[in-house]
Design a protein around this ligand. Structure first.
Ligand SMILES: *Cc1c(COP(=O)(O)O)cnc(C)c1O
Length: 423
């Protein structure tokens, strides 16, 4: 009974978030399972983007202060809207830059090597861009990344153990950068525990929240996290290249930005055009230049939906629908050589299922040919993300049936087992 199509319909009926599905542009005959890489366009995001274009049309330069969404205050306004999603005060969050740029800014600001405390602690499963940024920051300080970037090892290639990370928090470490949720395996790190351990040792700690923002609740301020940064185009549906976000704990307000620019000014001072910067006494201080307004605008609409749906409800459905996917995989696909590579416990798993298979690259191509959009992470991972706001249980059921057909008929054999340019 529980594995039937009828049961998936029943789950959709009972879904308290089902009304949000019709707010998104979903393509007929296509099942989108990639909202963890690029969230879909909602009608509200489209509306706020068009309103901002219209502000330009109607107001020209005066769009900065007039119009429907005055551009001069958009980054702050969006920070205020995101703050509840990360567990922060409104002025601790700003929407600016991109993930990688914000990491550069935060490391330039908070990495202060002193005496024998000179190293940065990260992990070997971290997203490459973060590693490149940390390596280049170390080089700018005259350190060799081979000796000064410590990467905690994974015991199994999938997960990190908090004990191993804590053990690596030695008195040589000046700064710790970790993901909130690992991009491949979807593991959630115990941010509260890691932060407490870092705080106790006097080491600053920052998190990359790309894979958790909009999927799981956070309590950055309560936990004492020093800073965090993330992109807004994945679970938050801000659009391709959407402006990113950063969080700075209010205890650090007043710390001069490592990479200064005029948009970090106190708002009332910015147009005084003085040659000495008066930074904002908020996370706004870590902005650099003019924001990409048209890449901010869709977030206004996208974030309204999160406020209405509630992040706790989103998390509850996400856990449930991902569990449903795993149950169906275990039930229908056990003969085909798949391994579930994400944590099974609710408290340790994020917003996607990480399905491992040695033919993963070409199974993904066969999925696409069958109208299912997954993504592939080399060498062997198919990521499937049923998204709380727009994926239905019926779609999840269909995806598993399609996968079963692909495997039974060996449909993947007609493709090469190689990744595409954008996987
Ligand atoms: C998506 C992602 C990024 C992307 O960084 P950009 O600067 O937005 O290109 C960085 N880190 C992680 C963990 C990601 O998942």
């Amino acid at each position: 009974m529980l594995m039937t199509l009828e049961y998936s319909h029943q789950l959709d009926q009972e879904d308290s978030l089902k009304r949000f599905r019709e707010e998104f542009y979903l393509k007929p005959n296509s099942i989108y399972m990639d909202g963890n890489s690029l969230g879909l366009l909602s009608k509200r995001a489209e509306r706020t983007l068009l309103e901002s274009l219209n502000d330009w049309k109607e107001h020209g330069i005066d769009g900065w202060t007039n119009g429907k969404h005055p551009w001069f205050f958009l980054s702050e306004k969006l920070g205020e809207m995101i703050a509840p999603l990360v567990g922060a005060a409104a002025n601790e969050v700003i929407v600016t830059g991109s993930t990688t740029v914000n990491l550069h800014q935060l490391v330039a600001t908070f990495y202060k090597p002193e005496g024998t405390r000179t190293k940065i602690l990260a992990d070997e499963l971290t997203f490459p861009s973060d590693i490149y940024a940390l390596q280049s920051q170390l080089r700018m300080h005259g350190f060799d990344p081979d000796t000064h970037l410590i990467r905690v090892k994974s015991r199994d290639g999938r997960f990190l153990e908090e004990e191993d990370i804590i053990e690596a928090m030695t008195d040589e470490i000046a700064l710790i950068i970790l993901p909130t949720v690992l991009y491949r395996s979807g593991q959630i790190l115990d941010m509260k525990r890691l932060t407490a351990e870092a705080n106790r040792r006097g080491i600053l700690i920052g998190f990359d929240g790309c894979h958790s923002i909009g999927a799981i609740p956070h309590s950055f301020s309560e936990w004492g996290v020093d800073f965090a940064y993330w992109c807004n185009y994945k679970h938050l549906n801000g659009g391709p290249g959407s402006v990113g976000g950063l969080y700075v704990n209010s205890k650090h307000f007043g710390t001069a930005p490592g990479l200064a620019g005029w948009f970090g000014s106190k708002k009332e001072k910015q147009f005084d055009m003085e040659h000495s910067l008066t930074p904002a006494d908020s996370a706004g201080a870590y902005q650099i230049g003019t924001p990409h307004v048209l890449s901010l605008a869709p977030l206004l609409g996208a974030l309204e939906i999160f406020a209405e749906a509630g992040i706790e409800n989103i998390r509850a459905k996400s856990l449930n629908i991902n569990q449903y996917l795993m149950d169906l995989i275990n039930h229908d696909l056990h003969d085909f050589g798949f391994t579930i590579g994400n944590p099974i416990d609710d408290i340790r798993r994020g917003g996607h299922v990480s399905l491992e298979h040695k033919e993963a690259a070409r199974i993904c191509k066969a999925l696409k040919e069958n109208g299912v959009i997954p993504d592939f992470r080399a060498p062997n991972i198919i990521r499937l993300a049923p998204v709380a706001l727009y994926t239905s249980y019926t779609e999840v059921w269909e995806v598993v049936q399609i996968l079963k057909k692909i495997m039974t008929e060996k449909q993947y054999e007609k493709f090469k087992n190689e990744r595409e340019v954008v996987a």
